[in-house]
Design a protein around this ligand. Structure first.
Ligand code: S6P
Ligand code: ZN
Length: 194
């Protein structure tokens, strides 16, 4: 069936994508066990359930030839020493790629392959990252303001969260004594997603 061309509006400052079909909310309780410091996680959850990130999507056909588009906003904050971040995922079709474009705030893109190759890229407004096939990807907010970015990826890519939920990424982004750095994740084990 022929689809009609359409326009959408992006508010770079707030991250609003309009009109969108779906806004997904990820609170700390939706990410249990994903931050290394589970004691800090428990303490935070005793007094509330902070919003870590939200992302809005236009629902498009999950078919080859189409693209999916999304806007994400990650709040500033930390669980223990670890910065707020997205869950992160591989694509179900692992051989599909993705583009992230930084719009507001500052962050870092963590990537890794199923056999343990790790990479990270600093993202700022106007910086575009190309995530090639087979790389799992997670965004981290390393600033003091919301970190907002645009994503576009193949229509049929799908998402595989399971492997990341089990072991996380090989490295985590932490702040210690005012310094931001990548630390080894003691919980990480080599995945087997493809
Ligand atoms: C989808 C794309 C983004 C993320 C969003 C939330 O392929 O990478 O739209 O879905 O940033 O992250 P996550 O890891 O919870 O899907
Ligand atoms: Zn993706």
């Amino acid at each position: 069936m022929l689809m009609n061309p359409f326009l959408m509006n992006i508010d770079f400052k707030s991250g609003d994508l309009k009109p969108n079909d779906r806004t997904n909310i990820r609170k700390l309780s939706n990410m249990k066990g994903m931050f290394l410091d589970t004691e800090s996680e428990r303490r935070i959850l005793e007094s509330g359930d902070p919003l870590i990130y939200s992302f809005s999507e236009k629902v498009l056909p999950e078919e080859p030839g189409h693209l999916q588009i999304a806007m994400t906003s990650i709040n500033p904050g930390k669980v223990g020493q670890e910065y707020y971040m997205t869950k992160g995922h591989y694509h179900k079709l692992a051989h599909t790629s993705e583009v992230y474009l930084g719009l507001e705030g500052r962050g870092c893109l963590l990537m890794q392959t199923g056999d343990g190759i790790f990479a990270s890229l600093d993202i700022r407004p106007g910086v575009l990252a190309y995530i090639p096939p087979f790389w799992g990807h997670r965004m981290v907010n390393t600033g003091n303001t919301p970190f907002i970015f645009f994503a576009v990826y193949p229509g049929d890519a799908g998402h595989n969260y399971g492997d990341i939920e089990k072991t996380g990424f090989a490295k985590i982004l932490v702040e210690r004594n005012g310094e931001t750095f990548l630390a080894n994740n003691p919980r990480w084990k080599k995945g087997s997603s493809f």
